[in-house]
Design a protein around this ligand. Structure first.
Ligand code: GLU
Length: 478
């Protein structure tokens, strides 16, 4: 049987890291099996679903390189199909209309609570007589449609991740609502567990791979497959992504949308790479830095963990750094320009291109995130720089003014080269009788306003190209 898998996000929020990781596993599984990866937008919750969230999800999946083969299919386009399927179940007597009022259900639950029982529907409207139904209809009560779940049923499946899983019918909360706001002749809005099953059958889904938070839906859905006379697919419940404290990663951890990672300076390739490692371990001997294509060649559920996967920012930073360090300078420059622009740095992306590439060549190897470049290169985007206290102290040491005056005097009119810069330093050491360390440290303080930072000679060359080395040294010795 051909492999057909799907990612089925609800557009009630931006593309979340958990959904994106589930998409990664589906994508990798499809690749590994020469299968089809399908996108379905589960927008049946009309109040909470928003087109801008759908857009964010589509853009986010594309950004990560998770291209889909079919879809997007929108559930709101398929209400007729769902209603026809509910009618089929009504005809087979597997579902029924229940007329309970909210306050009646509340009283029922309060009684269960008082008896220390788990909340469940007690199936009180399962066998209403025609007279009772007529009376409820005459009262104008709205109905819901409930699917019969037998208490003594045992539902067992072999999960791709968790192995054998079994549930008892009696633990599923009683007969399940599959559609709301129906009356004697209409069906009303079909609900999540039902439409997922109808769609997965209709789309020929062979493996349902989704987050572990859906595991309690699976036994209910298996019963619906049976009721609809369909083959039950294979299920795989992927481990949750946890924060550093071991709780489910949530908005409070600072990431609500996959694009938050972009804002933080991460590359899509690095995020996709890291997400593959959240719960899956690569085969023996495989490098931890890999593309989705490479992972797809070897991905299998044998190497997916049951336990929750801790989100490790240090590891993500390391992976992102690996991608940044391997990237050709022109490409990295293209990516950094928007971050410098966003920071308000003044430069001409066209005329300063060579200078920007030189800058990238200097700082590229120290970056873990694209945003690191903003702070790291802040000292290079202005004619002058505000020295730190440490740098000021350095500039006040004995012999420093003399040494920097000599450096300033030795800067040639033509552009400085690495060799000429080094020669100037050696000359000043010799002629002023000062230590090389003192000259280097003071030069760094005078040129960059700090005692720490990227390579001194390269920074000097960058400032020299703008003529700002002279301005700054003149300021430092004034
Ligand atoms: N729409 C569900 C969600 O966004 C996914 C349902 C499923 O994968 O079966 O969590």
């Amino acid at each position: 049987m051909s492999v057909r898998v799907r990612i089925a996000p609800s557009p009630t929020g931006n593309l979340h890291i958990g959904t994106a990781r589930t998409a990664v596993f589906n994508w990798l599984y499809a690749k590994n099996n020469g299968g089809t990866f399908i996108l379905r937008i589960e927008d049946t919750d009309l109040e909470r679903s928003k087109p801008e969230f759908t857009q964010n999800i589509l853009d986010g999946l594309k950004w990560l390189g998770l291209n889909w083969d079919e879809g997007p299919v929108f559930q709101t386009d398929r209400t007729d199909l769902y209603q026809a399927k509910i009618q089929e179940l009504l005809d087979k007597g597997l579902v029924y209309r229940a007329y309970d009022l909210p306050e009646e259900l509340e009283t029922m639950r309060a009684r269960q609570k008082a008896r220390n029982e788990a909340p469940r529907y007690d199936n009180r409207h399962r066998n209403l007589t025609p007279d009772q139904i007529a009376a409820f209809e005459a009262e104008g009560r709205p109905a819901v449609i409930r699917f019969k779940i037998e208490d003594d049923r045992e539902i067992i499946w072999t999960d791709l991740v968790r192995g054998n899983v079994s549930w008892k019918g009696r633990d599923l909360g009683g007969d399940m609502v599959i559609a709301r706001a129906a009356d004697a002749s209409t069906i009303g809005a079909p609900l999540y567990n039902f439409v997922v099953v109808v769609d997965d059958i209709d789309m020929g889904i062979s493996q349902v791979i989704r987050g572990e938070d859906h595991i309690a839906n699976t036994p209910k859905q298996i019963l619906l497959y049976e009721a609809l006379g369909a083959t039950v697919p294979t299920f795989g419940h992927t481990p949750l992504i946890l924060n550093e404290k071991g709780a489910k990663l949530s908005k409070r951890d600072g990431v609500t949308s996959i694009f938050d990672f972009q804002k933080m300076g991460y590359l899509p390739e690095a995020i996709a790479n890291y997400m593959s490692l959240l719960g899956w371990s690569p085969i023996e001997g495989m490098n931890e830095i890999f593309s989705l294509e490479e992972a797809g060649k070897v991905f299998s559920f044998d190497r997916v963990n049951k336990a929750g996967a801790k989100f490790d920012w240090d590891k993500l930073n390391w992976i992102n750094g690996q991608y940044l360090h391997a990237m050709p300078v022109p490409q990295l420059t293209d990516l950094l320009i928007p971050y410098w622009q966003e920071a308000g740095y003044v430069f001409d992306a066209v005329n300063d291109r060579l200078w920007l590439e030189q800058l990238v060549a200097v700082i590229g190897a120290s970056l873990a995130k694209l945003t690191d470049a903003v702070e790291m290169s802040a000292y290079l985007f202005n004619p002058t720089v505000m020295p730190t206290d440490e740098a000021l102290k350095q500039l006040g040491l004995d012999g420093v003014t003399g040494a920097l005056t000599a450096v300033l005097a030795a800067i040639p009119a033509e552009p400085l080269t690495e060799e000429s810069a080094k020669e100037i330093i050696n000359l000043v050491v010799k002629e002023n009788g000062v230590k090389k360390g003192l000259v280097m440290k003071s030069l760094r303080a005078g040129l960059t306003g700090s005692l720490h930072g990227p390579d001194l000679i390269q920074s000097w060359l960058l400032l020299n190209a703008k003529g700002w080395d002279k301005t700054r040294l003149a300021g430092a010795i004034a």
